[in-house]
Design a protein around this ligand. Sequence first.
Ligand code: B12
Ligand code: SF4
Ligand code: SF4
Length: 381
Amino acid sequence: MSGDDRIRRRLTDFLKAEAADKGFDLCRITGPDSIPEAPPRLADFLAAGYHGTMDWMAETEARRADPRVLWSAVRSVVLFGMNYGPAHDPRAVLSMPDRAAISVYAQNRDYHDLIKGKLKEVATRFAARGGADVKVFVDTAPVMEKPLAAAAGLGWQGKHTNLVSRTHGSWLFLGSLFTTADLVRDEPERDHCGSCRACLDACPTDAFPAPYKLDARRCISYLTIEHKGPIDPAIREKIGNRIYGCDDCLAACPWNKFAAAASQMKLIAREELKAPAIADLLTLDDAGFRAHFSGSPVKRIGRDRFIRNVLIAAGNSGDRSLIAPCLRLADDASPVVRGMAAWAFSRLMTASEFTKFAAGRADDADADVRAEYERAKADCR
Ligand code: B12
Ligand code: SF4
Ligand code: SF4
């Protein structure tokens, strides 16, 4: 080994030791040229319109597809994985109609803040030791974290499109560090899905047009978190009681049997977010919503979109006792809330109760809300 190689190896080992010290479960390295298949696949995804209203994906396509366009000086790309495995079965709440399901990743602190903070600590120590420039990213930057993580060998992209690890299953958050330092690269991981298709079959909304391809417009995660405005009436029933994200395809993966529960305190589920009562959530006003979800990723979608989702869960509950807490929302200031309240009533009231109720709502100022009542009246007949 030459002197230069020894220096590279020592710097690489130092970085990995720092990552472990800060609580990352996995840390491996690849090059910025390691994902040649990703740009055409991203282009296909965008051309098919699978990104829905996430225009930022198309706007950043060139930078997202190639780390060298994002930062021309980058020589090594370091990928980090943090385990957020649940200690409970996240699917249990799906069979409790009076309760709401919040996806595992959102049952405690916002992982963006947690991981970004830790990446910055690693980056500061690494830059001081190696003298190289560094940039850190988690999720929100135009970086294709999954193919890069697969190239670095953290796992492989499963048929549900997320990264699966042989040691941690599907429950891993990803983050990355780009640097001008030339580090020792790791080997990629190969695909271990084989003939399994458990994740594809588990999807309640049929969001996979083919293995390894996701149409976000049908994905409950996209619909409940990213999508603004009314949700497609044809999909509402399939959403069930999922009010923020969805874990069905992840939870179905047999590789989860190797996953341990998360050890980072900030990622361990808050008891009150595991299966909150729909009736309680319906009463949240803006201040109540902010206080209840302080520090949680749920806060990002804002109170109106959140209540829209809770109303879908209420409509799907079959629980007539929820009519009373929904009534106030029929006059809410937000049209998206009023519209989804109309749908919830049409599902919870009898046809004659709903027809009478809807008659008093024909003059709503918002055209979408009026359309909701009209559609719901037609469906009731
Ligand atoms: C946009 C986005 C979403 C969108 C779209 C998801 C998607 N699959 O594209 C929506 C809102 C739906 C979403 C949902 C979720 N997300 Co999200 N999301 C992202 C984000 C910001 C970008 C992903 C992206 O680039 N998509 C574009 C597509 C084209 O890329 P891709 O998925 O890698 O597509 C690949 C496959 O299609 C594959 N492919 C195509 N054809 C073929 C053929 C073969 C043979 C093979 C092998 C592969 C293959 O190649 C493509 C390129 O690699 C990343 C963060 C980031 N910056 O990377 C987080 C991220 C992917 N999300 C994450 C999580 C946790 C979730 C949810 C589980 C949250 C939840 N519980 O509700 C769900 C999971 C839904 C799912 N099944 O994907 C994690 C995943 C961690 C992991 N272990 O992989 C990430 C990495 C965030 C993070 N930093 O941890 N997400
Ligand atoms: S997150 Fe849910 S809706 Fe989205 S693809 Fe997975 S199972 Fe389907
Ligand atoms: S459930 Fe099966 S097909 Fe889906 S990612 Fe896991 S191993 Fe692959």
